[in-house]
Ligand binder design. Structure first.
Ligand SMILES: Cc1cc2nc3c(=O)[nH]c(=O)nc-3n(C[C@H](O)[C@H](O)[C@H](O)COP(=O)(O)OP(=O)(O)OC[C@H]3O[C@@H](n4cnc5c(N)ncnc54)[C@H](O)[C@@H]3O)c2cc1C
Length: 339
């Protein structure tokens, strides 16, 4: 295997987080990665750094410090806004060679995945994609252990790259909890030189269209429908609206086109962290359960008392979801009227 551009001996004891941002706010996944990195760094005696690329991004530096960064490496240039993988790869590559972090983390978002793959190739290092957990093995000098599910969720694999640096990983939004921010916390700002010339760029942003999707990772309550609700997502929508939540789905109804793919929960969908998840007509396949395993309370409704979802749920209702959910809606409505 080819050697990386720098090795463990030259790497700095630092975890770097690529800071994604939108409209002057750091993306939640970046805050989750800062929170996790802070915890790992505190245990190891390492530093946490944020890599911030964009234009007029100064206000974001404070946010990064508040969420646990000790340093923020900033590249501020008009050509870095909006995100273009070409410009961001070029600048991030130079920054990494300058700072030589041991670990470099990106959110497993469309942009984060795009960037991480290209950087890993240029740096000739490894990239563990879609980690479900991260640990640092200090006895081996700070080897990052990335936990991923493999073979359709049948195994949990621990992946390391002991001889390559930086050790790169992507993590999907919602996997790590947020710590509490510390407003007023400060750190070191390290400005980066940007040598981008418009005439050398091969891509040009002609128009930027932002789709209005749903973000299940933010929902406090999630009402999930599986194959067993026979397409009655209208009922789940009504229940979710009463509870101030969102509707999610297992893969089969999504594959059947009964609900949008952005609402799929699980290994190949979204990993959520709601306070309450009400799971109706889903058997509880491992690939689904990983999407709600961090929910505060799980309530399952299933006609089959042997369904695996009951092993995982905090509360279970053995019954027909198409009867239980309307009854629940009625009870909630009656309660509201009484109040
Ligand atoms: C690589 C890979 C990735 C995958 N990724 C995902 C993923 O991200 N998310 C995901 O969900 N799946 C994923 N899957 C598919 C997963 O393995 C399961 O097939 C899927 O989760 C099953 O969905 P389900 O529980 O809705 O359907 P089923 O397994 O068919 O279960 C339906 C359940 O509904 C119950 N039921 C039937 N009628 C009623 C009723 N009237 N009221 C109440 N209960 C009723 C039944 O008892 C049954 O338990 C993946 C699979 C692979 C191989």
């Amino acid at each position: 295997m080819a050697a990386s551009l720098y090795g463990p001996d030259e790497a700095q004891p630092a975890l770097w987080v690529y800071l994604e941002h939108e409209e002057g706010v750091l993306e939640r996944v970046s805050l989750e990665l800062l929170s996790k990195s802070r915890a790992l760094a505190d245990a190891a005696g390492w530093r946490v750094a944020g890599l911030l690329l964009g234009h007029a991004v100064d206000p974001l530096v404070e946010q990064a410090f508040a969420w646990g960064a000790d340093e923020v490496w900033v590249a501020d240039h008009p050509l870095l806004e909006p995100f273009r993988v070409e410009t961001h790869t070029a600048v991030a590559f130079q920054a990494i060679l300058q700072g030589r972090p041991s670990v470099f983390l990106c959110g497993a978002t469309p942009n984060g995945r795009d960037l991480a793959g290209r950087l890993a190739v240029r740096l000739r290092t490894g990239l563990t994609a879609d980690c479900t957990d991260l640990r640092l093995d200090l006895e081996q000098g700070g080897v990052l252990i990335g936990e991923v599910t493999g073979f359709g969720g049948g195994i949990v694999a621990l992946i390391t790259m002991p001889r390559h640096r930086p050790q790169m990983a992507t993590v999907r939004p919602g996997v790590f909890p947020l710590s509490s921010p510390q407003p007023g916390r400060t750190g070191v700002v390290i400005p980066l030189e940007v040598n981008l010339r418009p005439e050398e760029l091969r891509t040009r942003v002609v128009e930027r269209v932002v789709g209005r999707g749903v973000d299940l990772t933010q929902a406090p309550v999630l009402v999930v429908g599986g194959r067993g609700i026979h397409g009655r997502f209208d009922l789940l929508q009504e229940l979710a609206a009463l509870l101030g939540g969102e509707v999610g789905a297992t893969r089969p109804p999504v594959d059947e086109g009964l609900i949008g793919r952005e609402r799929q929960v699980g290994q190949t969908g979204v990993v959520c962290r709601p306070k309450v998840a009400i799971v109706c007509g889903a058997s509880g396949a491992f690939q689904f359960v990983v999407g709600i395993q961090n929910a505060g309370t799980v309530i399952a409704v299933n006609t089959d008392p042997e369904a695996p979802i009951f092993e995982f749920a905090d509360y279970g209702v053995v019954g027909d979801a198409l009867q239980v959910i309307p009854a629940l809606i009625e009870a909630l409505r009656a309660e509201r009227v009484a109040v």
